[in-house]
Write a protein that binds this ligand. Structure first.
Ligand SMILES: [Zn+2]
Length: 187
């Protein structure tokens, strides 16, 4: 297959997986060669580096199934983006509103607002980011589960194991997937 044929193959896979999951088909955009696969919930678009076209078909199938899995999470991802944007806006706006209300030309008024900003931003860094990382891993694991539904558990495991040797995926994903398979076998 030449490159346009491979691109069409990836688009057809995306179409078929989206139809199997009864969701709106995400568009596919090829970007620079080394970019990691990524799902953009704002545009409902999967972005892939051209390098994916050089990988074995099993890896391509599981990768596309995983990204289409993210498309099933579109609402959650959009809510997450909105909540994060609102949080950042409040961190910047609230200290200035406090400053506007309390400023009486005293030099420490700006210090109070600046301190409030630093405290709020510090709290955001420490808590919100950790929570978002945890949420992101949970969504990755869920997308792998959808890949397993579309491609089969063993194919998905083989693909994840191969990708993990290149450090292309979070180790937590592989651990979670192995644990899920072990649980399936024991029931
Ligand atoms: Zn993912």
């Amino acid at each position: 297959m030449n490159v346009p044929e491979k691109e069409e193959y990836v688009r057809a896979l995306t179409r078929n997986f989206a139809a199997a999951l009864h969701i709106r088909e995400p568009s596919v955009r090829f970007v620079k060669i080394s970019a990691s696969p990524n799902y953009d919930p704002l545009r409902n678009r999967i972005e892939l580096g051209y390098a994916i076209l050089t990988l074995p078909s099993l890896i391509v199938r599981v990768t596309i199934a995983h990204e289409v899995g993210h498309a099933t999470q579109r609402k959650a991802l959009l809510l997450d983006l909105a909540a994060d944007g609102l949080c950042k806006m409040l961190i910047i706006a609230v200290p200035w509103i406090v400053y506007g209300w309390t400023a009486r030309d005293k030099p420490w008024d700006i210090v109070i607002s600046a301190t409030a900003f630093v405290l709020a931003y510090g709290t955001y860094i420490c808590t919100a980011r950790a929570a978002r990382t945890k949420q992101a891993i949970a969504l990755e694991v869920k997308a792998d589960e959808i890949a397993a539904i579309l491609c089969g558990s063993h194919s998905t495991l083989r693909a994840l194991e191969t990708l993990s040797t290149f450090s292309l995926i979070r180790p937590e994903r592989l651990e979670a997937f192995r644990a899920r398979l072990a649980q399936e076998r024991s029931t």
